[in-house]
Unconditional design. Sequence first.
Length: 252
Amino acid sequence: MRRKKLFQSERTMEYDYIVSKEQPLSFVAEAFQKTLVNIEYVNVDGNLKVLQFTSSLAGAGKTTFVSNLAYLIGKKGKKVVIVDLDLRKPKINRIFKAPNENGLTDYLAGRVKYEELVQFSESLHTHFIVAGERTTAVVNVLETQKLKDLIARLRQEFDYVLVDAPPVIAVSDALYIARITDAVIFVVAQNEAKRSIINDALKTLKQNDVNVIGTVFTQVDSRGNEMYAYTYGYEYGYNSTGDDKLDQSIKK
Ligand SMILES: Nc1ncnc2c1ncn2[C@@H]1O[C@H](COP(=O)(O)OP(=O)(O)OP(=O)(O)O)[C@@H](O)[C@H]1O
Ligand SMILES: [Mg+2]
């Protein structure tokens, strides 16, 4: 499977709003837009519908990225839903300014119906599913047949199903989630990028046969006050030499 480094955005800021909507001409909004183009390019035949976003460590920018991406896809008239499967640290409710109620765990426990579960934000052109009531049995939840059935239904009803997932290093959730998604996009915060940790996470994904289709670099260091962003167009393989190439790119 072809994998690409999809893009780099810019330095750390608080993005608890959709920057692609609020500041469409900013560097970071432009970078998100470019990344969508790259994802569409990798997925040119449309086979990859259920996309999972993970990282090595927490705070890489997954939730920010996935919600901007959903907004951009929705704005183009495509039907898109975000599913918050980061059940230990749910945040999609905050992005959509919705209570963390009628969520996924509530649906799986039979407390809410599908119609109540899938919410719609008209202003963001996006459907979304919040995580729901906290559970200590996260892995059990991720393994239920009902979750698989839900993803299958969403797959039929939407053009894109974007899954916000936890990081790889601390817990195994992302690996369980990868069993029900078509492909993984790996998010790296450039400013905290420790090569060994990134490579460990990628190795773990590889060992578990996870289909990683690309890497997104976020929060690129600033030079003075200037923010910048760039896109890498080249591809790298995910094999014995793939990690080295990743190393080199991070050193830049
Ligand atoms: N592209 C970006 N450029 C600059 N800052 C960003 C970018 N993306 C996210 N941030 C900021 O980084 C912080 C973490 O972002 P976010 O919550 O999206 O990460 P996450 O990977 O979902 O974290 P967690 O693992 O805790 O779920 C937030 O303060 C956010 O505003
Ligand atoms: Mg998150």
